[in-house]
Design a binder for this molecule. Structure first.
Ligand SMILES: Nc1ncnc2c1ncn2[C@@H]1O[C@H](COP(=O)(O)OP(=O)(O)O)[C@@H](O)[C@H]1O
Ligand SMILES: [Mg+2]
Length: 290
């Protein structure tokens, strides 16, 4: 990942592919190419370079009138299944959530939705690639935490200790805390250390890369079913008291927008509407005055 290429084979592949254009697709080809690439990814065949994370996805380079866009593409199963419909709803939610993160002024990946055949695709612009051969730095918070602390507890605690040790600026630390609280409030139960990436500024100083993988994972399909759980909102986070009000407003915007988005199934929009009421009820709750 990032700008590190590990091993001779990977290095050879990098240089041999640097002047190839055969893996590029044009914008017009997307709708026919994506379903095939999704099928191949499901069957475990190599599509582009391998991408980490928990869900199946593929990488692709798109030629948009000479400009090369490097994308990571996540996709739902066919939407006629219960599971497929729920994953499609969640990908649409991911698009909405990351837009909102960007709107509050915290860097987030740019995403767009494509519907092709019977799947929903979420295109995510890669921040570790640029143009045809460019590679940009990226290190998982998991790796950094293991190197310096070995805790992997939560993003707020990670932000606190990295800021205290001069490894993160106070702005980045604040943004990381905000992302944790916002994630809590949009039912993102998947806030592990692999879902935050940084880049090194020097041997022991880091800067936050754009936010990604932010969605209400509480509702992820399980054993072929789509859970209808009641969202239990987090208690007021005293560790991130300064982030609470802003994250709460943003979370209400998230549930409101998702509830009104007619690309999302009616059933899930109802869940979003219920969660909007739950989150709104927190607006009147107690606060810690810092
Ligand atoms: N926009 C991006 N640019 C570069 N790398 C990314 C980007 N988005 C995600 N990644 C990397 O890919 C991994 C998988 O993506 P993620 O969105 O977390 O998928 P999953 O839902 O499968 O966990 C992340 O852990 C991160 O390392
Ligand atoms: Mg992830």
């Amino acid at each position: 990942m990032g700008n590190l290429i590990i091993g001779q084979q990977s290095l050879d592949r990098y240089f041999s592919q640097s002047h190839e254009r055969s893996d590029l697709i044009t914008h017009d080809e997307l709708v026919t190419a994506y379903p095939t690439m999704a099928k191949n990814a499901m069957e475990g065949q190599p599509v582009g370079s391998s991408a980490g994370g928990e869900q199946p996805k593929f990488t692709v380079r798109v030629d948009r009138g000479g400009e090369i866009e490097n994308l990571l593409v996540k996709f739902s199963p066919p939407v006629h299944s219960v599971e497929g419909r729920r994953w499609a709803d969640l990908l649409i939610c991911e698009h909405i959530a990351l837009d909102i993160v960007g709107e509050v002024g915290i860097a987030a990946v740019k995403t767009s939705l494509v519907v092709a055949e019977d799947r929903v695709f979420l295109e995510v612009t890669r921040f570790d690639r640029v143009g045809r051969c460019g590679r940009l730095p990226m290190i998982s918070l998991r790796a950094i935490d293991n190197e310096f602390y070995g805790r992997q507890d939560n993003w707020v605690a990670a932000a606190d200790r990295m800021e205290a040790d001069g490894r993160l600026t106070s702005d980045d630390a604040r943004n990381l805390r905000w992302l944790w609280v916002f994630g809590d409030l949009i039912a993102n139960t998947d806030k592990h250390f692999g879902n935050v990436s940084l880049a090194s500024v020097s041997a022991d100083r880091f800067t936050l890369r754009p936010a990604y993988d932010m969605l209400p994972m509480l509702y992820r399909p399980m054993d072929g079913a789509a859970p209808e759980l009641t969202f239990k909102p987090p208690v007021f986070s005293t560790q991130a008291a300064n982030q609470w009000d802003s994250a709460l407003t943003a979370a209400a915007t998230f549930w409101e927008r998702a509830a009104a988005d007619n690309r999302i199934s009616e059933r899930f929009r109802q869940i979003c509407d219920d969660n909007l009421a739950i989150v709104r009820s927190l607006e009147k709750g107690p606060r810690l005055i810092p």
